[in-house]
Design a protein around this ligand. Structure first.
Ligand code: PRT
Ligand code: MG
Length: 214
């Protein structure tokens, strides 16, 4: 029997992938919020789910630790393409990447005056490309989380972060000053798996495509 391994991260990606799996007739038999298991069985004996950190999903799929995975476009861009096959935009876990500053910071004149902008972010590649295209010089500060804190503590003038409802920004007296790009989650597939396990993977891709269209 050929086993298919799907890499997901806990939280919104897992939660929003479940209905797509259900539409493909796949039911995950364990709740990751209750179980400590990292490998979850499904009702299909040849399909299993592995739980990894969101930023590790592309790595698992790239090296064949998983045949497929679901990952945010943000994470995918930061990881780099590295031969990952990307057949589908699943249209889930939607948000946007934006620039935000303290509500008392004059972003427009900082940019106009051509001063170096200190930008804190987990999304260094996306931020670099965006400011380079605008011709704004930046000092990039790499963070791994809680970006919102950076402008409040004087660590940075601006952040580049994911925004969904905008409530987190508002709660921290930050304002969105630029929308860089829209984000949704993508299905990524290991190239070798696609060749070696073609039939079951094609079936899964087709079922996901149908379900995400609906
Ligand atoms: O949280 P952890 O450090 O474990 O990992 P992670 O942040 O990489 O994973 P997770 O599960 O939080 O996010 C996985 C993916 O979900 C991201 O890569 C995005 O593609 C997508 N996604 C969609 C989001 C959001 N919406 C989102 N709102 N990821 C994060 N957020 C955060 C955002 O960073 C900010 O802190 O939610 C906050 C803003 O939300 P609003 O609604 O207040 O604007
Ligand atoms: Mg998170």
């Amino acid at each position: 029997m050929t086993t298919i391994t799907l890499a997901l991260s806990k939280g919104r990606i897992f939660d929003e992938t479940l209905p797509l799996l259900a539409a493909a007739g796949i039911e995950v038999l364990e709740d990751p919020e209750k179980s400590r298991k990292l490998i979850l069985a499904t009702n299909q004996p040849d399909v299993r789910v592995v739980l990894v950190r969101a930023t590790d999903v592309p790595t698992y799929v790239q090296y064949g630790g998983a045949d497929l995975g679901v990952t945010g476009l943000d994470t995918l861009i930061e990881h780099g393409n590295h031969g990952l096959y990307q057949p589908l935009d699943l249209g889930i876990a939607k948000c946007r990447v934006s620039v935000a500053v303290r509500d008392d910071f004059d972003y427009a004149s900082a940019v106009r005056q051509g001063a170096r902008l200190r930008v804190a972010t987990k999304y260094v590649a996306i931020a670099r490309e965006f400011f380079a295209a605008k011709g704004v010089h930046v000092d990039m500060i790499k963070l791994y989380g809680s970006m919102e804190l950076a402008p409040l503590t004087g660590l940075a003038d601006a952040i580049v972060d994911l925004v969904s409802t905008g409530n987190t920004l508002k709660a921290n007296h930050l304002v969105e000053v630029e929308r860089i790009m829209d984000i949704s989650s993508r299905l990524v597939v290991n190239q070798a798996s696609l060749k070696l396990k073609q039939a079951p993977i094609r079936r899964l891709i087709d079922a996901f495509a149908q379900a995400s269209k609906a």
